[in-house]
Every structure is written in structure tokens, then in C-alpha cells.
Design a protein around this ligand. Structure first.
Ligand SMILES: *[C@@H]1O[C@H](CO)[C@@H](O)[C@H](O)[C@H]1NC(C)=O
Ligand SMILES: *[C@@H]1O[C@H](CO)[C@@H](O)[C@H](O)[C@H]1NC(C)=O
Ligand SMILES: *[C@@H]1O[C@H](CO)[C@@H](O)[C@H](O)[C@H]1NC(C)=O
Ligand SMILES: [Zn+2]
Length: 395
């Protein structure tokens, strides 16, 4: 409590100066040369170290030593075999603001490049999410000593797969206490007010093989999966929607079945992902189960099977705080670690670069975008802690 009251005037000073940095002319450099060089260096090192999900150890160890050299206290939270979250702070372990992003990437690895003429920096992870990681760290450097002491950093593993890094942090018996958590993912420098939920499922059909000249002796798993998928295409037009998130969408991402043209297919399968715009995963499960009910009954009558297995990690739409002035706002259709952090926080989501290039072979962003993110993270830190302190004063 005492800390809060003492912090308030300092937050106010920082509040004013952070607002002023936005008034500089459009051609002026966004950051001082040495800060910009450090940002580009840090970002390059992070991208150069391959860290595809499950292989995050090298980049995590490098980052830990970088942060220790900058006088952070660093704790590695073990999540699995050679798999660690990196948690860093200054003098205080519990802080008002926690900044977090992820250090794993999707495959395959693409090498780093920097075209100084165009200002384009690319490579795997250059956007998702090492741009956020680098910008967050440099942002913290530029703040007042007092503000820095009320900040901590968390860089998790496994975000691109099942979010096991953030889940482990949520379950950590030494989890620090924080009020505000700022997540970093590519948002084109906008503040995200929420994202769709997700549910994935696998359909598996077991029929009975036979010679294709005598199809009545078998049960074609392919015939069954084709009918099942046609039911899902019909259902897809009638899934729940909302004003905020638009339509729920369904992607039939993988379909397989059978072995050869002249064999009645014994097995077939399909994997699907539903991006949920309204309601929860249970409701979607109900709709899909109902749409496939007749197909299932019919194949079972013939001695076959239709199984639906649901991922256990589904969730509905995720609302995120975005009550900070001066940022463009949007909602997005991709999943993040936000729902994997349980507990009572104000949560924000912001990051440099575009999701549209994030998982592609041309993942890249401009140096200016990285620099802008440093300023924007500072502004977010200052504004959100300022609002937080005001709310506590009002109580
Ligand atoms: C870290 O702390 C040491 C000792 O107080 C100081 O000499 C050094 O300049 C600090 N380094 C940074 C990067 O702040
Ligand atoms: C760097 O960018 C410039 C300007 O867009 C372009 O003309 C040049 O071909 C690029 N260089 C490389 C090596 O891609
Ligand atoms: C949602 O789906 C309806 C019809 O199914 C379509 O007319 C509409 O354009 C879709 N909305 C968005 C935002 O895609
Ligand atoms: Zn990401």
C-alpha cells in the first residue's frame, strides 16, 4: 500500500514524458541510436538461435544470461526435460506489471536477415514472437529506475503447441503476485480487445475392407467420412456468431482414408479446428455430435464405428482489456497464451508485426515497427500502472 502511494507521483512524471515522445516529427528517429542498435542486436541474437517448440533451451539460456548481464535476477522455471520458462525481475519479485511473451517458434527454421536499405528484418520468429520479446526488454530499460522496479518479465515456452509453458507458470507454487499482465504477440501495433476461442477434434471411422468388385462385403470408411464431412459443411453455415468476433469458422484441415482404388477403405479420419466466436466449446461439441448422429448410427448398424475425440484444451472467446487511449483496437482470430494464465489480472495484448506473415516462409517486419513497439510498450506500462494506481486510490 505504502509503495503504491510513493509510486504515484513518479508514475505521473513518467506518464507525461511517455506521452510527449509521441509528439516528435514523423521523420525523427524513434529511438536514440544506441538504444536502437541494442534492440536490433538483441532481436538478431534471439532469431538466430533456433527454438522450435520443444527445443527452447538454447535461446532460453542465452536470454537468461543476457538479462543477468543487465542486472535482472533470473529464475528458470522447469517445465519439462531441458525446457524452461525464463522469469526476470529487478529488486522486487512481485510487481504491478508483468510483461510476457513466448520464445518458441513454429517449424521450420528460417535464417535471420536484415536488409539495411529497406529496413526489413526477417527469419523464423522475427515477428512471432521474438519481436515482442526484444521490444519488451528494451522498453523496460528506458523507464525510470522506480518504474523498472515494479516490472517483471516472463518468457515462456510451448506457446505454439499446447501452451504448456504458460500453464506451468499458472500452476507454479512460486508464482509471483502481479496486477497487470501485458502479452506480446503480433498485433500490428494495435491493442487487442479479444480473440476467438478454439476447439479441435479428430474423427475416426472404422469400416471393413473388401474387394472393390464386391463392395457389399465391406463397409467403406471413405463413404462414411465423406457423408460425415458433408454434414459438417452444412453445420458450418449455422454455427454461433457474435457482434464482437464475427462468425465461428470450421476448418477441415486434414482428411485421410483408404489404401488403394480397388480396396474398400477400412479406415478414414479427419481433423478439424473450430474458431469459436460465441458460446463455449461444450456447445460446439453438442452441435457437431448432433450433426453426425445419424451417420454414426448408420455405420454402427453396419458393424463399423465413427468416433469423435475432442482436444481437452478448447476454450470459448477470450475478452481482453483494451481500455488504453491512443491505440487502435481490434479483435483477432488466433489463439494465444492469454487464457492459459489463470487468476485475477488486468490483461493486455499488443505486439509488433503482422500475424499474416507470422507462420509463413516470409516472416519479417520493419526495424521501425520494432522501435515503435518499444515506445508503445513503455506507454502501455505507464498508462496501465497509472490507471491501476488511480483505481486503488479511489477505493
Ligand atoms: C549492473 O550493476 C553493476 C553493479 O551495481 C553496475 O556496475 C553495472 O553498470 C550494472 N549494469 C547495467 C547494465 O546496468
Ligand atoms: C534490400 O531492399 C532493397 C530495397 O527494397 C532491395 O532493392 C534489395 O534488393 C534488397 N536486398 C536484398 C539482398 O534482398
Ligand atoms: C458470416 O456468415 C454470413 C453467412 O453465413 C455471411 O453473410 C457474413 O458475411 C459472414 N460474416 C463475416 C464477418 O464474415
Ligand atoms: Zn505467437
Amino acid at each position: 500500500m505504502l509503495g503504491t502511494i510513493l509510486l504515484l507521483p513518479l508514475a505521473l512524471v513518467a506518464h507525461v514524458s511517455a506521452t510527449q515522445t509521441r509528439l516528435s516529427s514523423p521523420d525523427a528517429p524513434l529511438l536514440p541510436g544506441s538504444t536502437s542498435d541494442e534492440l536490433v542486436y538483441l532481436h538478431r541474437k534471439l532469431v538466430e538461435i533456433e527454438s522450435i517448440t520443444n527445443n527452447e533451451n538454447d535461446v532460453g539460456q542465452w536470454l537468461a544470461s543476457y538479462l543477468r548481464n543487465k542486472n535482472f535476477t533470473v529464475e528458470l522455471q522447469q517445465v519439462g526435460d531441458k525446457r524452461y520458462n525464463v522469469f526476470a525481475y529487478g529488486k522486487k519479485r512481485d510487481t504491478t506489471v508483468l510483461l510476457t511473451s513466448h520464445i518458441d517458434t513454429v517449424p521450420p527454421y528460417w535464417p535471420y536477415y536484415y536488409n539495411e536499405t529497406s529496413g526489413v528484418i526477417g527469419g523464423r520468429g522475427s515477428v512471432d514472437a521474438k519481436a515482442s520479446v526484444a521490444a519488451m526488454i528494451i522498453a523496460v530499460h528506458g523507464l525510470t529506475e522506480q518504474m523498472q522496479q515494479d516490472l517483471s518479465l516472463l518468457f515462456v515456452i510451448g506457446e505454439e503447441a499446447i501452451g504448456d509453458g504458460m500453464r506451468a507458470f499458472s500452476d507454479w507454487n512460486k508464482r509471483p503476485t502481479n496486477d497487470i499482465v501485458i502479452f506480446g504477440e503480433p498485433t500490428e501495433a494495435k491493442l487487442v480487445c479479444g480473440h476467438k476461442g478454439i476447439l479441435t477434434a479428430d474423427l475416426k471411422v472404422t469400416g471393413k475392407a473388401a474387394h472393390s468388385g464386391y463392395p457389399w462385403l465391406g463397409v467403406s470408411a471413405n463413404d462414411v467420412i465423406v457423408v460425415a464431412l458433408s454434414k459438417l459443411l452444412e453445420l458450418r453455415e449455422h454455427l454461433p456468431w457474435s457482434e464482437k468476433y464475427g462468425n465461428t469458422t470450421m476448418n477441415l484441415g486434414r482428411v485421410e482414408g483408404g489404401v488403394a482404388a480397388n480396396v474398400v477403405a477400412e479406415t478414414a479420419s479427419a481433423s478439424l479446428a473450430v474458431r469459436i466466436a460465441a458460446g463455449g466449446p461444450k456447445a460446439i461439441q453438442g452441435l457437431v455430435t448432433n450433426a453426425l448422429k445419424d451417420v454414426k448410427a448408420s455405420v454402427e448398424e453396419q458393424g463399423g464405428e465413427l468416433d469423435i475425440s475432442w482436444s481437452s484444451t478448447g476454450y470459448g472467446p477470450v475478452d481482453i482489456d483494451c481500455d488504453v487511449k491512443g491505440f487502435e483496437k481490434l479483435t483477432v482470430n488466433y489463439g494465444t497464451d492469454v487464457p492459459h494464465l489463470t487468476g485475477d489480472y488486468k490483461k493486455y495484448l499488443y505486439g509488433p508485426g503482422s500475424i499474416f506473415v507470422a507462420h509463413s516462409d516470409h516472416e519479417a517486419l520493419k526495424k521501425k515497427e520494432l522501435e515503435q513497439a518499444v515506445l508503445d510498450y513503455r506507454r502501455l506500462i505507464v498508462e496501465t500502472s497509472f490507471m491501476h494506481n488511480q483505481e486503488r486510490q479511489d477505493l
